[in-house]
Design a protein around this ligand. Structure first.
Ligand SMILES: Cc1ncc(COP(=O)(O)O)c(C=O)c1O
Length: 445
C-alpha cells in the first residue's frame, strides 16, 4: 500500500489550524516532524525514513505498533457494534474487559471504571475518593495530596495534585490540594540501578501534612509508583511501603497512578505488584489498549466499591459520574485483543527478562560528556544531562532532534532523556538506541 498517497498532505497552507498539545507550535510548524505509518518497533517518517521507537509512542504502545491481532479486532468491532450508550445500558465487551483487567490487578482490586484517557482516570479516582469518604460519613475529608514533580494529566483534578509548575501556574487555584516532597536526589542516588537505597524516610513527609491539615480533612494521596513524566524518578527502597503504612494509620486512601507503569512496563502487570504494595485504587490508560484506541480505567478495591453499593438506596445511581465513551466498544475490542497479545507472548515476563540488558546498556552512558545521572527500572530509563547554562532543556531538546535525524525516537522532559521502548524491543535495538544517544550527546554543545 502506498501509505503516503492515502494521506492528506500537510502543506504550508493547512498546517496552521491544528493547535498542538504540549508542543512549541511555532517552532514545530517551521520544521514539522511527521510520522505516517508504523509497524512493530518502527515508525515511518513522512520523508520515508524508518524511525526506531525508543519511547513506545508516549509510553503506551507496549506490544509494538499496528499489531495484526489488535487491528483485526478493532476492524471487526467497528463493523458489528460501533457504539452503545454507556449509561443504564451496556455491551458484553465492556464487562469482559473489566473482568480481565480485574484479574490482572493484584489483591482485591476487582472493580473497573472505564474512561478515555489517563487524565480522566485521575480525575475519576479523585472524585471516587471524595465521594467514598462522604458515603461512609467522613465528608470532612475533602483534601487531596499529591507529590512534587508528580504528573497526573491535565484535568483540573490532575493539575491540582500534580507537581509540575508549568502545568499549574496559568490555570489558577482549583481543588484543595497539597504536596509531599519528591524523592529525587542526585547527591545521594546518582547512577542507581533499580530502586535507590536512600530516601524511604521521605514518605514521612506525609506526616508533616497530616500534622498541618489534620487527617480528618485528607481524602487521598496519589503518587506515580515510578514518576515518568518528570524524568523517571524511581522510588527509593521501602518508600512506597512506608507511604502505605502512613495512609493506613490515618484512614487516607492511597492511589497509584499507573498510567505509565501499568501493563508490563516494569515487568509485572502493575507496579503495585513489582513493589509489593497494594493501593486502594490504580489509575491506568495507555498500555491498556496498546494505544490503538484511547481508553483509561480506575481499578478499585472491593471495600471501596462495596461502600458505594451499601450507601445508596436500592435502584439509585451510586456514583454520579461517567463519560459518553466510557467502555466504548472499539476501545474494549482493542483492550481485549491487547491483553491477548500480552498473554500469548508473555510480554511482561519478556520485559523482566530483557531489563538487565537494558540496564547494562543505558549505564554505559555513565562518563559520557554532559551525562550527570542514569537511572532505570524495568524497561524505563532516565538519562539526565547537565542543563546548558542559562538555557535549561535546550541541550536535551537538541539531542532529541539529532536522534530523530539519525532515525531514533527518544523523549526528553526537562534535561532528562526518558526511554521506554515497546516490550518487544531486541537487544540489538537497545544497543542502537543507546549508541545513538551516546554519539549525539557527545556532539551537542
Ligand atoms: C502518570 C500519568 N498520569 C496521567 C497521565 C495523563 O494521561 P493522558 O495524557 O492519557 O490524559 C499521564 C500521561 O503521560 C501519566 O504519565
Amino acid at each position: 500500500m502506498n501509505v503516503a498517497a492515502t494521506l492528506t498532505e500537510v502543506t504550508s497552507n493547512n498546517i496552521e489550524a491544528y493547535w498542538m498539545p504540549f508542543t512549541a507550535n511555532r517552532q514545530f510548524k517551521s520544521a514539522p516532524r511527521l510520522l505516517v505509518s508504523a509497524k512493530g518497533m518502527y515508525y515511518q517518517s513522512r520523508d520515508g525514513r524508518q524511525i526506531l521507537d525508543g519511547t513506545a509512542g508516549l509510553w503506551c504502545v507496549n506490544a509494538g505498533h499496528c499489531r495484526d491481532e489488535i487491528v483485526a479486532a478493532v476492524k471487526a468491532q467497528v463493523e458489528t457494534l460501533d457504539y452503545a450508550p454507556a449509561f443504564q445500558m451496556g455491551h458484553p465487551a465492556a464487562f469482559e474487559l473489566a473482568a480481565r483487567v480485574a484479574a490482572l490487578a493484584p489483591g482485591d482490586l476487582d472493580h473497573v471504571f472505564f474512561v478515555n484517557s489517563g487524565s480522566e482516570a485521575v480525575d475519576t479516582a479523585l472524585k471516587i475518593a471524595l465521594a467514598y469518604h462522604q458515603a461512609r460519613g467522613q465528608g470532612s475529608r475533602f483534601r487531596l495530596i499529591g507529590r512534587e514533580r508528580g504528573y497526573h494529566g491535565v484535568g483540573f483534578g490532575g493539575i491540582a495534585v500534580g507537581g509540575i509548575v508549568t502545568n499549574r501556574k496559568a490555570f489558577g487555584p482549583s481543588l484543595a490540594a497539597d504536596h509531599i516532597a519528591h524523592t529525587h536526589n542526585l547527591e545521594k542516588n546518582a547512577f542507581s540501578r533499580g530502586e535507590p537505597e536512600w530516601g524511604a524516610h521521605l514518605a514521612d513527609d506525609l506526616e508533616r501534612l497530616v500534622a498541618l491539615h489534620d487527617a480528618s480533612t485528607i481524602a487521598a494521596v496519589i503518587v506515580e509508583p515510578m514518576a515518568g513524566s518528570t524524568g523517571v524518578l524511581v522510588p527509593p527502597k521501602g518508600y512506597l511501603k512506608r507511604l502505605r503504612e502512613i495512609c493506613d494509620k490515618h484512614g487516607i486512601l492511597l492511589i497509584f497512578d499507573e498510567v505509565i507503569t501499568g501493563f508490563g512496563r516494569l515487568g509485572e502487570s502493575f507496579a503495585a505488584e513489582r513493589f509489593g504494595v497494594l493501593p486502594d485504587m490504580i489509575t491506568c490508560a495507555k498500555g491498556l489498549t496498546n494505544a490503538t484506541v484511547p481508553m483509561g480505567g480506575v481499578i478499585v478495591r472491593k471495600p471501596v466499591y462495596e461502600t458505594f453499593m451499601k450507601a445508596a438506596p436500592e435502584g439509585a445511581i451510586e456514583l454520579f459520574h461517567g463519560y459518553t465513551y466510557s467502555g466504548h466498544p472499539l476501545a474494549c475490542a482493542a483492550g481485549l485483543a491487547t491483553l491477548d497479545v500480552y498473554r500469548k507472548e508473555d510480554l511482561f515476563a519478556r520485559a523482566r527478562k530483557i531489563a538487565p540488558s537494558f540496564e547494562n546498556a543505558v549505564h554505559t552512558l555513565k562518563g559520557t560528556r554532559h551525562v550527570i545521572d542514569v537511572r532505570n527500572i524495568g524497561l524505563v530509563a532516565g538519562i539526565e544531562l547537565a542543563p546548558r547554562p542559562g538555557r535549561p532543556t535546550a541541550r536535551a531538546f537538541e539531542t532529541f532532534l539529532k536522534c530523530f535525524e539519525k532515525g531514533v525516537l527518544i523523549r526528553t522532559t526537562g534535561d532528562t532523556i526518558a526511554l521506554s521502548p515497546p516490550l518487544i524491543v531486541s537487544e540489538a535495538e537497545i544497543d542502537r538506541i543507546v549508541q545513538t544517544i551516546g554519539d549525539v550527546v557527545k556532539s551537542v554543545e
